[in-house]
Design a protein around this ligand. Sequence first.
Ligand code: ZN
Length: 476
Amino acid sequence: MARIEDLKHKIAQAEEELRRLKEDLAQAESGIQDDNANGGANDSSWKWPLPATDYERYSRQMVIGGVGTRGQLRLKSASVLIVGAGGLGCPAAAYIAGAGVGTLGIIDDDTVETSNLHRQIAHATSRVGMSKVESAITYLKDLNPTVTYRAHNTRLTPENAESIVSNYDLVLDCTDHPAIRYLVSDICVLLGKPLVSASALKTDGQLMVLNYPARAAGDESGGPCYRCIFPRPPPPESVVSCGEGGILGPIVGVMGILQALETIKLITGGAVDPSAAAPPPTSKPSMLLFSGAAALSFRSFSMRPRKKGCITCSADATLTLEGLRSGGFDYAQFCGVAVPLDILRPDERISAAECKDPSGTSAGTALLLDVREREHFDVSSIEGAVNIPIATFLRETTACKSDGQPHEQKAPAWFPPDVSDDSPIYVVCRVGNDSQLATRRLKEMGLDRNGTRYIGDIKGGMRAWKAEVDPTLPFT
Ligand SMILES: [Zn+2]
């Protein structure tokens, strides 16, 4: 152990030294750039609009139609804010920094975890525990030290949104939190910034360019905002995080890269260049859906223009900067907060430790029902547990007959036939919400035999089982 600690310490020291050297190099390089940009202090014959190092670095993209010298100059004078340094933000930041944007800001209040690394490509095993913003900027400086990076090591809030976002020309929404999605969209409309928004879950992704053209509220030629497309947030219990629903690295990578592409196209096309004669012609606002399942597919759908009555971007808009600053709109309440369910009585719930040691309960040969998704169950489960995913469970068990009367004490088809009538039934899920729903349903079906059979759930689910009974569970 001492040797491991010693090596970690030495690596940290070497990394700190490397970081300092890279900063020195970047400073030296930017000095040369300034000389060149000024006509070349050392070479008065330099007559091109970009420094020599830029031609070297960006030559491959400058020869693409639509970019050219003008596009490169526009990139150089543009500033972009990335909200979220995760699975979308990392690849988006890499390509936008690589393309030579002038200023790149990143906002996030999270720290790097090992479970991030399969998809959040700007982070590294050696930077687990570091703030995501700092980790991403470490990676980006190595990639392109000529960009000015701004670290916002915080969460975007209604109070700080204006002061942060107003420093940038264009914003990328790379979060996975509904409340922040609405906040980012609102502040972009209020400050007149185009917004490139994406999301990804499991094997699917979605991409939209919003508030473009970025016109004042009430101007119908402006692009729709996030609220126009999704006036109501999804119910909080339906919001599945990457931790719960899972995500494949390349899926979120594709979506982040597409955000970078849209951003580069907008900037090189003059979308945020005040001297551009007219905004670049745009196709109608559209939503791109990507499915990475068996047969890869991209589908594009036209989006409706700004929605009449939208509280942010329509003529009837009620949201103002002033209102936002003073907390006039409660984003957390609007999106709802998924509070832990609490529908069972205390005596209908047992702790993981009690279930492990059935002597303290009425358990004989108990039936342990695990209602997590099959993929979670396959990774790790409690010995002897029977897996019926909650969706299947609820579909195949009906609480009442069509006449409203409870079922007779009849077990569903999946119910193991060798379980005796008085064997207790314990239900477990990931964190202890679905297990309560399943327990309640089993009782409604009459399987508790008028109270003679114990049915209850394991409080805190598999997460509690890992904490109290079996720490070797790989993850929950
Ligand atoms: Zn709107």
